[in-house]
Design a protein around this ligand. Structure first.
Ligand code: ADP
Ligand code: GLC
Length: 482
């Protein structure tokens, strides 16, 4: 992280997000918001992360001080709010949680019927707090649609006029989810300049992601490839992204190399530096295979991720049937994930049918994910849409060969072994035939022990840390505050 010192600046940047690892993580958004701010803080920026309060182990096991209490109305509903700051800055930046009984005091970030009210309260509460407390940061950085209304409210609501001149960054981690809500919810927002209602609207609904793109000073996407793809594939917002393209910047995500370090990862049963990747992975594989009744002598292919259409998870049952059934390949498979109930039951069924060849854990299990990155020979990602993807980056850091569909951030971060200096396996289309052909190529590679050994070392030497990308964000903050 030393390189960033040259950019030392005392700018004050506030990140707003629904997730932040290790406080609350559902997917990659949590990883990014738990890591990037740490790198920014180390580079000299005063970095805050503001999250909704969640009933989570991290929150229970750390000490917080109350820095603000107040109240505001959501429509006619009075809401009491408390802002709590984690006392020791243990995460490497200042962490603030907004607690509002009944809305921001939940077990999980998502999945509630009143999610619109929940995130409106988060955004309104944040603006109410910093306005009342007289806090005027240099930049407000909003992540995804859950925080998408903030730039609009900063610029077009009189209540927050102290923030009118503060530039905003909007990062699109996933354009598929937009936070749509009916126009009858507009009365729940703080009063705003109604002449500007069109900025909230897309296709006759309030669309917080669209509002973010329209109103923010600059928007970023989590890879360059994804920025280009949004012009043609953005779940209805293609035209908007095309129109606003001039203020879009693609900055590829990094990974937190302190959390994801196979030489020291406390979640791994056996540690290994790059020089011992061969024996280290072998021991981790033996450990995992023992737990899931798999043969440690066979190559191990893994899938980790949400069972969602974007991830191509619905293709998994067919891919597994091909590999273990019809083609009867000499391979073991390990699946970790949850989501679409149909995929969940298909995987559970197949794990029974192919007992000893397919291991599965349906659910979310952070420790197991680390163990799989450590143990697997290959990690497959048949994504239809992948704004960046972190799994392939973790896999590579752990010496595991990624097998990815050429899309979005996967295309930007994985070069096929057929290219000079390539280090992964890529395929063109999100279908089971292409994916299992790619696995076929992987198994050929596996048979060449020396090449496989070299490749693992090559993967572990690649640098996907935040060092470079954090500097791109710092440059961006610099440009918009000049
Ligand atoms: P997305 O955010 O779209 O789900 P990413 O690739 O950016 O995809 O990040 C996924 C993150 O969530 C990674 O840290 C991955 O290891 C983790 N993850 C996904 N599913 C699970 C699961 N079932 N158990 C544990 N970790 C998971
Ligand atoms: C989203 C995307 C994923 C990306 C992550 C972090 O969840 O689906 O591709 O890596 O955000 O930016």
């Amino acid at each position: 992280m030393g390189k960033q010192k040259a950019h030392r600046t005392s700018k004050h940047v506030i990140h707003l997000s629904a997730e932040c690892y290790p406080v609350a993580k559902v997917g990659g958004l949590g990883d990014v918001v738990g890591a990037l701010p740490k790198y920014l803080q180390q580079a000299g920026l005063r970095t805050w992360v503001v999250l909704p309060w969640y009933n989570k182990p991290f929150v229970q096991s750390h000490t917080f001080e109350v820095v603000y209490t107040g109240s505001f109305n959501q429509g006619s509903r009075p809401l009491d709010m408390t802002v709590l700051k984690e006392q020791s800055d243990v995460l490497g930046f200042e962490l603030y949680l907004i607690k509002i009984p009944g809305l921001l005091d939940r077990d999980e970030p998502y999945g509630y019927a009143d999610e619109s009210e929940q995130f409106m309260a988060f955004q309104h509460g944040f603006l109410h707090w910093i306005t009342e407390a007289g806090i005027v940061p240099d930049v407000v950085h909003c992540h995804d649609h859950h925080t998408g209304l903030i730039p609009f409210l900063m610029y077009y609501s009189d209540a927050f006029s102290a923030l009118k001149k503060v530039p905003t960054v909007g990062t699109v981690h996933n354009g598929q989810y937009q936070g749509w809500m009916d126009w009858n919810k507009a009365i729940l927002l703080p009063p705003f300049d109604t002449w500007k209602w069109g900025l909230l609207d897309w296709d006759k609904t309030i669309n917080p992601l669209a509002a973010l793109i329209k109103c923010c000073t600059v928007f970023t996407t989590v890879s360059e490839g994804y920025l280009g793809e949004l012009m043609t594939q953005a779940n209805g917002l293609e035209q908007l992204f095309a129109m606003e393209r001039a203020k879009g910047v693609g900055i590829v995500n990094g990974i937190d190399t302190a959390v994801w370090d196979p030489a020291a990862d406390p979640m791994l049963p056996h540690h290994y530096p790059p020089s011992r990747v061969q024996s280290g992975k072998k021991k981790n594989k033996a450990f995992l295979c023992e737990a899931y009744g798999l043969d440690p002598e066979k190559p191990l292919l893994a899938y980790i991720g949400r069972f969602a259409g974007e991830k191509g998870a619905d293709l998994l049952p067919d891919i597994i049937e091909r590999l273990l059934g019809r083609e009867n390949r000499d391979v073991s498979i390990m699946v970790l994930g949850s989501g679409d109930p149909q995929v969940q039951s298909a995987i559970t069924y197949l794990a029974n049918q192919y007992r000893g060849r397919l291991g599965a854990y349906i659910g979310y299990e952070e420790q197991l994910s680390h163990r799989i990155y450590g143990a697997a020979d290959f990690l497959i990602m048949p994504s239809r849409v992948e704004p960046c993807g972190l799994n392939q980056l973790y896999a590579m850091r752990y010496g595991t060969v990624p097998i990815v569909r050429r899309t979005g951030g996967l295309k930007d971060t994985v070069q096929d072994i057929a290219e000079p200096d390539g280090y992964g396996i890529t395929f063109a289309d999100a279908n089971a035939a292409d994916a299992s052909n790619a696995v076929g190529r992987a198994l050929e590679l596996y048979a060449d022990r020396q090449r496989m050994q070299r490749l693992r070392k090559q993967l572990m030497a690649l640098d996907f840390s935040w060092d470079k990308s954090a500097v791109s964000y710092i440059d961006l903050y610099q440009n918009i505050t000049e």
